[in-house]
Design a protein around this ligand. Sequence first.
Ligand code: FES
Length: 184
Amino acid sequence: MANTVVESYPPTEHGADDPNRRDFIHIAAATAAVGGVAVFAWPLIDEMNPSADVLALASIEFDLSKVSLGQQVVVKWQGKPVFVRYRTPKEIAEAVKDDNAPMKDPATDASRHKPGKAQYLILVGVCTHLGCVPNFGLGDYGGWLCPCHGSVYDTAGRIRKGPAPLNLLMPNYAFTSDTKIKIG
Ligand code: FES
């Protein structure tokens, strides 16, 4: 079952370290791993509300080679957006540096990714306040900013400011090869 690129929005003119870039890559890259259901994902612009036409796949596979350094792909899993982010060394260093900073929902950076895979952050892209979809590259910590009430998440997806009570959730996922993950 082939993956299909629907739309891409790479951080071309600003470079991978520009915190203001809007690096939404829109790729239909979810391969059904259960029941042979059709492949799909969907384009995102600034905000996105999972809609009723979502097909809730129990699990999906995703090929991480579709994501370039400093970019983010959003795939749909069980009706929710999942951020697949290929973090830069700078993003990782900033997250690790803050491991012991005061936080509402304390977590080390290492607890936010699989061992040896610090570059890949896999997060449910739903704000833990009231469910809006945060935008990357905004906010004081170089991570995500929720457009609804201003919650700020850092480059590990940890809540750092605003009303959201919890870090962005991590879906259950596993690496099935060096470059492929199965979510769900
Ligand atoms: S829904 Fe994100 S801050 Fe309220």
